[in-house]
Design a protein around this ligand. Structure first.
Ligand code: P1T
Length: 379
């Protein structure tokens, strides 16, 4: 089945009771048993729920994996991965990553004795310099949030395989429409499904997909034991959102490209971060592991002018100033004070998250209206 068919049919079967084309919302906590232990496969909705199961199959199908897991948020999904580790284990992670992930790693898991190495992975060979006998996980976000750095997944996977380390890839920015990390050698693919997968800014959710059965069993055990699942209504909304992922992504990419080029030619803009530019340091890797460059664009104003950056986000009308990304509507963000405020200033600035950096999630509105909005806001 081709990707554009999988978004609609992947892992799905028609409802057995009435043939409903959309999976029904099984708004139930529990299921009748005829005698203790005898039931139709469902006992309690933290463990399994038919609407969530339909969604988990869809996740697995989109990412070319065998097992999907849905969680109450993207961070809950990452938290489940971290619970595979124990005190004394070490993780090598991208240094430019979502602020909340950094906070989870440093404020929660460091205090449980897990050690993190946050490194620039533009040259993925560097990962190997940090490997030792305690290294259990390599965590890669690509493209990174918000600097749009690109990390070579195949190279990271070959290092992970060589040393028997798990490789997890946060595929939130790319989506499986553009990039499928399991096919490039990753062991775990993760999503903040809150973003492009849901696509309508109305559901907070996380996803994991794996191929290996033992790894899947361990993650299902954690999902059930820790309980950070999502509910049936949200699972339904996510399934509905996923059905248009391919058409939305196509337009996100077109509009993102137009906005990136517009900003790049603007005299008041110093630098634009977008992996589609030939001048992007890892443009060739982006071209080889992604089928297009996505709808996220970051930029800094001329002379790193903080006041001007704030004026721009205040002036924008169609681009709503808000956290999050990946919905049909365009959003703007100021990472230093919003999504990445939990990263200390000196750490932030090392990766390029300066006070004048603006991040755009380019939506699927008419591109002419988006250009007009940018034009009036930047002046
Ligand atoms: O918000 P949540 O669903 O828990 O997902 C966390 C997360 C994980 N990974 C990446 C790459 C993310 O971008 C996020 C969430 N990011 C935002 C809310 C944001 O505005 O960047």
């Amino acid at each position: 089945m081709k990707f554009n068919t999988k978004t609609i049919h992947g892992g799905q079967e028609h409802d057995k009771a009435y043939g409903a084309v959309m999976p029904p919302i099984y708004q139930t906590t529990t299921y009748a048993q005829t005698t203790p232990g005898e039931h139709k496969g469902f006992q309690y909705s933290r463990t399994l729920n038919p609407t969530r199961s339909a969604l988990e199959k869809s996740f697995a199908s989109l990412e070319k994996g065998d097992f999907g897991l849905a969680f109450g948020s993207g961070l809950a999904a990452i938290d489940a991965v971290m619970k595979l580790l124990k005190s004394g284990d070490e993780v090598i992670s991208t240094n430019d990553l979502y602020g909340g992930t950094y906070r989870l790693f440093t404020k929660i898991y460091e205090s449980f004795g897990v050690k993190f190495h946050f490194i620039g992975m533009d040259n993925a060979d560097r990962i190997e310099d940090y490997v030792n006998e305690n290294t259990k996980l390599i965590w890669v976000e690509t493209p990174t949030n918000p600097m749009l750095n690109i990390i070579d997944i195949k190279k990271a996977a070959s290092i992970a395989k060589k040393h028997s380390i798990l490789l997890g890839v946060d595929n939130t920015f790319a989506t499986p429409y553009l990039q499928q990390p399991l096919s490039l050698g990753a062991d775990i693919v993760m999503h903040s499904a809150t973003k492009y997968l849901g696509g309508h800014s109305d559901v907070v959710m996380g996803a994991l997909v794996v191929k290996d059965e033992d790894l899947a069993e361990r993650l299902y055990y954690i999902q059930n034991s820790s309980g950070a699942i999502c509910g049936p209504q949200d699972s339904f909304l996510m399934l509905r959102g996923i059905k248009t992922l391919h058409v939305r992504m196509q337009r996100h990419c077109e509009n993102g490209k137009a906005v990136a080029h517009y900003l790049n030619n603007h005299p008041k803009i110093e630098k634009v971060y977008w992996p589609g530019f030939e001048s992007h340091p890892n443009h060739d890797i982006a071209k080889s592991q992604m089928s297009d460059f996505g709808g996220m664009v970051s930029f800094v104003t001329k002379g790193n002018n903080y006041q001007q950056a704030i004026k721009i986000v205040e002036n924008l009308k169609l681009f709503t100033l808000a956290e999050s990304l990946g919905g049909v509507e365009s959003l703007s963000g100021h990472p230093a004070s919003m999504t990445h405020a939990s990263i200390p200033k000196e750490e932030r600035e090392k990766t390029g998250i300066v006070d004048s950096l603006i991040r755009l999630s380019v939506g699927i509105e008419d591109v002419d209206d988006l250009m007009e909005d940018l034009k009036q806001a930047i002046g």
